[in-house]
Unconditional design. Structure first.
Length: 417
């Protein structure tokens, strides 16, 4: 009976035991303190039981920790899965929303526009006004360009006549022959190329305006040429609405595009023909570029960047050399032109000086200058006779006074000038 009482007391103490989070050593000390009274009486009989209880307690504690860790891991995993599911649902909802919006937009765009007859009438009126305004602008530009062209032609004609007048006057003053006069006119007519260039540019502008107007007319079609499909829809309030759809034709280019540019035929024969080196040079440069591109593709990235940098430097150097050659050629041409102008100016001055002396003008072939020289010789001879008579004391008879005819003014030529 005493053993049963001791056992029942030990079971009560075990049931009332509450495990804590302390270490195993503290639990062993506590168990030793609790079972101190029992072991003191019968140490040999209860030693094995205490060891078994300790082992069971350790196993239970280990299972508890393992269960807590498993529960914590399961909670973390469920939270992660919930977050992933929420993200996936949000993405799916967003995609569905975008698809639905796009579908609604496409459906609305495919629907015909519902407008009234007043709107169609106003639209057609605006189109006609816009077309008339564009036509008026184009016609105004063309008339302005034509006026400019006529003004430039008149100015060029006036300048040419003025130059001819000055050249004829200089030729009469200096007694030049017809050949010399033609040479002077050929030298002085140097700016006619500029005027012809301006006139050709004006013609190109007129042609460009016409092309632009034709393109705008193709782009802005009248409402009558469009296909208008109207359907009257009667609503509950007896309001009429029209459905129409306007189709436009394809744009036409200003000039037809040719796939292959035809090379102009040379006028030379098989005896005078020269081999064309331009195509060979082009093929050589293209083959070199292709080889260089293949080499760059085979290089690694770093070497490719360095090679491209070197190629850019070489291209810059070649361009600078070519530019310097062109500049030197231009400077040389300018210098030669200045020397030629100076030589021509010296020749003209020499001719004018020789004409002013009058010694070399005696053999001139100009009829007007011959008449003038004859009149001058008569006047000099009469003057000498008068001087000789005055020295002798005899007055020479004065020549009869001839009245000069009034100058004939050419009104047409003055007005033209």
């Amino acid at each position: 009976m005493a053993v049963a009482a001791d056992y029942s007391g030990w079971v009560k103490d075990l049931d009332s035991f509450k495990p804590s989070t302390d270490d195993d050593d503290d639990e062993e000390d506590r168990l030793q303190d609790m079972s101190g009274g029992y072991t003191s009486k019968k140490p040999t009989s209860h030693a094995s039981q205490l060891d078994e209880i300790k082992q069971e307690m350790k196993l239970l504690n280990w299972h508890k920790l393992a269960n807590e860790a498993a529960l914590k891991a399961a909670l973390i995993k469920t939270k992660k899965l919930k977050r992933e599911d929420a993200r996936q649902l949000a993405l799916v909802d967003a995609e569905e929303h975008m698809d639905r919006l796009q579908q609604i937009e496409e459906e609305e765009n495919l629907k015909p526009l519902e407008v009234t007859a007043e709107f169609i009438r106003q639209y057609e009126e605006d189109e006609r006004k816009q077309e008339r305004r564009l036509e008026a602008d184009v016609s105004r530009h063309i008339t302005c360009l034509k006026k400019l062209k006529t003004m430039l032609e008149d100015r060029e004609d006036l300048r040419r006549r003025h130059i001819q007048y000055r050249q004829g006057k200089l030729a009469l003053d200096h007694g030049y022959s017809l050949q010399q006069e033609s040479k002077l006119t050929s030298r002085s007519t140097g700016n006619s190329n500029d005027v012809t260039r301006v006139l050709s540019s004006l013609d190109k502008l007129v042609e460009l305006e016409r092309r632009i107007s034709s393109l705008e007319q193709d782009d802005i079609e009248p409402a009558s040429a469009a296909m208008v499909t109207s359907s009257i829809v009667k609503d509950k309030g007896s309001s009429t609405a029209l459905k129409f759809m306007k189709t436009s034709k394809g744009r036409t280019t200003a000039q037809p595009i040719i796939a292959k540019s035809k090379r102009p035929k040379s006028q030379s024969t098989f005896l005078t023909a020269v081999p064309d080196n331009t195509s060979r040079v082009g093929l050589k440069t293209k083959s070199k570029e292709l080889q260089r591109a293949a080499e760059l593709r085979r290089m690694p990235e770093r070497d490719r960047l360095k090679a491209r940098h070197v190629d850019q430097k070489q291209a810059l150097v070649a361009r600078d050399k070519q530019q310097s050659v062109k500049i030197n050629q231009w400077a040389q041409q300018k210098k030669q032109a200045a020397v030629a102008r100076k030589a021509n100016y010296v020749k003209i001055n020499q001719r004018t000086a020789a004409a002013a002396t009058g010694d070399k003008v005696k053999g001139t072939k100009n009829k007007h200058m011959q008449d003038f020289q004859a009149m001058k010789r008569d006047f000099e001879s009469k003057k000498k006779k008068n001087m000789a008579g005055a020295t002798m004391g005899v007055k020479a008879p004065l020549p009869p006074v001839k009245k000069r005819p009034p100058p004939i003014i050419q009104v047409a030529t003055i007005q033209e000038q």
